[in-house]
Write a protein that binds this ligand. Structure first.
Ligand SMILES: Nc1ncnc2c1ncn2[C@@H]1O[C@H](COP(=O)(O)OP(=O)(O)OP(=O)(O)O)[C@@H](O)[C@H]1O
Ligand SMILES: [Mg+2]
Length: 160
């Protein structure tokens, strides 16, 4: 079942990302969709804070992907790979392509977040979490989490 939340401010989007990080583990793939300025990077910043990773999380628009290593001082144990789908090809599984980049971080050992943008069709076989962010007229955001395969549905229970 999908989980939908309304997030009135960017601070609440960060806080929701931190909560979401609590159910994430190494090997996870999150696909963030939504128009320009929806808040995909803002949500990823919250996820990174929750995971306790190093480095400022910014839009990966000018690089294919960026690795944020876990910071043990902040309780981090799992790294974050943050990628922009526009820079990836149309491979069925972005993780395979990200691994090919030789980032010195394996997607199996990291949480991978791909800013998927608007209108890209995904035909992924692998389990992943779809995260759809939309901006409403009052500037709040709705975030819809759609579990795809794996044990995502189970893990989302209690997040709503
Ligand atoms: N409730 C909210 N949640 C998230 N962002 C918000 C919210 N309210 C306002 N904002 C603002 O909206 C902007 C979201 O920008 P962000 O870079 O996260 O979007 P994006 O979806 O990553 O865009 P892009 O497609 O360009 O990568 C930020 O400037 C943020 O401060
Ligand atoms: Mg962005």
């Amino acid at each position: 079942m999908n989980v939908t939340v309304t997030l009135p401010t960017v601070e609440e989007t960060h806080a929701f990302g931190r909560r979401l990080a609590g159910v994430l583990r190494a090997g996870d793939l999150l696909l963030l969709t939504g128009p320009l300025g929806a808040g995909k990077t803002a949500l990823t910043q919250g996820i990174g804070a929750g995971l306790g990773v190093r480095g400022e999380i910014t839009s990966p628009t000018f690089v294919i992907a960026r690795v944020h290593r876990p910071d043990p001082a902040r309780g981090g144990t799992v790294g974050l790979v943050h990628a922009d789908a526009y820079r990836l090809g149309d491979a069925a599984d972005p993780r395979a392509e990200i691994d090919d980049l030789d980032l010195d971080a394996s997607v199996d050992d990291s949480v991978t977040v791909v800013e998927w943008g608007e209108g890209l069709v995904e035909q992924l076989v692998d389990a992943h979490l779809r995260v759809r962010i939309d901006r409403r007229d009052d500037d709040s955001r709705t975030v819809e989490l759609e579990p795809v395969g794996g044990d995502w549905a189970h893990r989302l229970a209690g997040l709503g």
